[in-house]
Design a protein around this ligand. Structure first.
Ligand SMILES: Cc1cc2nc3c(=O)[nH]c(=O)nc-3n(C[C@H](O)[C@H](O)[C@H](O)COP(=O)(O)OP(=O)(O)OC[C@H]3O[C@@H](n4cnc5c(N)ncnc54)[C@H](O)[C@@H]3O)c2cc1C
Length: 500
């Protein structure tokens, strides 16, 4: 599952040591992806002592597996925002993300970060008649914000049956891990501390401080930021009721032909996303899409071949260099949650639900949370207010989530699978019944058996077998575990119970 970014830039992040003593700090940030590191960068500038804890190595989860397009064009989104909220709300969301592009460029210039940053135009295109008018509407609404989006009938990338597109000029792309290395250097040079292999198991409030516990040590701080992707604390934030996870796949390809530049994404399903990147002094392309709700009980074995087939329609000689996937969190109203974790816990902040557009929105989050700590007003804060209850009004998504969760939590408890150990072939995983108990079994390629309790350690949902990555995935909130039971993705913090 290693991405092109991790494989080609593996040791950038200095191998920080794990937390080996109890410490006091001003701000403790849990999570060292682009969100945690952007917030740390921004707050360090104001002289606060900042401590980052990551459970593994930095930028190895979503931020190390992203496609890293830096754009305010989050699909066809602005007509939806204008209709659901208001035109001025849509405009402010747009401006927040456009500002983020400028901010990221300024950070790169000020710190001389060599991260392959390039301005590129971004296109959302369609091959479906149904979306042509949506693209026209989107162009009109975005241009009402004084922007210069273009409605097009042709685009530079040779997509078969392309009908219409909207172009956002001067968007950007970069190498996310090289960028994050630059942020880490700044943080360390500005009184910040970074600890890797320091998984947080518990957070408690004591007086006016937070005590954050790893296995053997604690960090005491006035301010606490949850930048763990899906929040690892359930109460009183209740994010597990207002967010779900989606996994998407990416392949990196090379071709003998000249690659078309620009960033592209389809408006219609299944999603097809495209960008170029620098690789060994040449250009390669990253193709993403074909996503699914994490933990869905579906056959995933064709996930990469779909992307390969699609890119071969454009570059028939495309050769796949890398394949990977990762997940992102999606809120029920599609707006990220940035700000107070809960009204009941002062000075505790969260930034999540980026809907696969976390390059710009993590920068927006860094500015909002920094301003909150500095007690300054932020003109975009109201859009992302994390304690809002509005999302629950999204009845269809909320209904789906409740159905999925109750099915996984309750109904599945009574339904014992008919399969037995003998039904499992080598390199296959299944939930089977052994002594009237459900057991998650994976037989590796040599027939060695791994047995786990197939119940998520986050909130007890029944896990699904992922036949692509050989993982146990939670359909409720997106926690993932490898076949030995090791916790890979939040919100779970504990490994699965191993059964003998
Ligand atoms: C396939 C795909 C493509 C994407 N492409 C784009 C794109 O082109 N442009 C864009 O803007 N966005 C894109 N995104 C979205 C973007 O990658 C994410 O929104 C962003 O990386 C999220 O960053 P993060 O820091 O919040 O999470 P992460 O990068 O996952 O970081 C969270 C960190 O928290 C740590 N952690 C978790 N639990 C604990 C714990 N208990 N204790 C300590 N640490 C913990 C993890 O180890 C991890 O390092 C894409 C997403 C996907 C799925």
């Amino acid at each position: 599952m290693s991405s092109f970014w991790i494989d080609t830039f593996p040791n950038i992040l200095n191998n920080y040591k794990s937390l080996d003593k109890n410490i006091d700090t001003d701000i403790c940030i849990i999570g060292g992806g682009i969100t945690g590191l952007s917030i740390a960068y921004s707050i360090c500038k104001h002289g606060f002592k900042t401590t980052i804890l990551d459970k593994e190595k930095l930028a190895m989860k979503a931020s190390g597996h992203t496609t890293a397009k830096i754009t305010s064009q989050h699909g066809l989104f602005y007509k939806y925002l204008a209709d659901t909220f208001s035109p001025s709300f849509a405009r402010d969301y747009f401006n927040a993300n456009q500002d983020a592009i400028t901010n990221i460029k300024n950070i790169i210039d000020e710190n001389n970060i060599d991260c392959d940053f390039e301005f590129q135009d971004n296109y959302v295109y369609t091959t479906s008649e149904d979306d042509v008018n949506k693209i026209k509407d989107e162009t009109n609404i975005v241009n009402s914000f004084n922007f210069n989006a273009e409605y097009l009938n042709t685009i530079p990338l040779n997509i078969p049956n392309m009908l219409a597109a909207i172009k956002f000029p001067n968007q950007a792309q970069f190498n996310p891990r090289k960028y994050l290395k630059g942020l880490c250097d700044f943080i360390i040079n500005n009184n910040g501390e970074i600890y890797e292999d320091s998984k947080v198991y518990n957070i408690k409030r004591s007086g006016n401080k937070y005590i954050t516990s790893t296995k053997n040590n604690t960090v005491t701080s006035k301010y606490l930021v949850l930048a763990t992707h899906y929040p690892i604390k359930n109460f009183p934030g209740y994010y597990f009721l207002k967010m779900y996870s989606q996994t998407s796949n990416v392949i990196a390809i090379e071709t003998e032909q000249n690659l078309c530049e620009g960033m592209y994404i389809s408006s219609n399903s299944p999603t097809f996303s495209y960008r170029t990147a620098a690789y060994n002094k040449k250009r390669i392309a990253l193709i993403g899409g074909f996503g699914h709700k994490t933990g869905a009980k579906i056959d995933l074995s064709n996930s990469y071949s779909f992307l390969e087939d699609e890119i071969k329609k454009i570059y028939p000689d495309a050769k796949v260099l890398y394949k990977w996937n990762t997940e992102d969190c999606i809120s029920l109203d599609k707006i990220p949650y940035i700000g107070n974790f809960s009204n009941l816990l002062p000075n505790m902040y969260v930034a999540t639900g980026f809907k696969k557009w976390g390059m710009t929105t993590s920068n927006v989050a860094a500015n909002i949370i920094t301003d909150k700590i500095l007690e300054k007003e932020n003109k975009y804060e109201y859009i992302f207010k994390s304690t809002r209850f509005k999302p629950i009004k999204n009845k269809s998504e909320f209904g789906n989530m409740i159905k999925e969760t109750s099915h996984s939590l309750i109904l599945n408890k009574f339904d014992l699978p008919a399969a037995t150990l003998n039904d499992i072939k080598n390199d296959e995983g299944k939930i089977v019944t052994i002594n009237k108990t459900k057991v998650g079994v994976y037989k590796d390629k040599n027939g060695k058996i791994f047995k786990v309790k197939p119940v998520c350690t986050h909130l007890g949902c029944e896990l699904s077998w992922n036949n692509l990555d050989k993982t146990w995935d939670c359909p409720c909130h997106g926690s993932r575990f490898d076949y030995t039971g090791k916790s890979l993705y939040s919100p779970s913090v504990r490994n699965l119970e191993i059964l003998n």
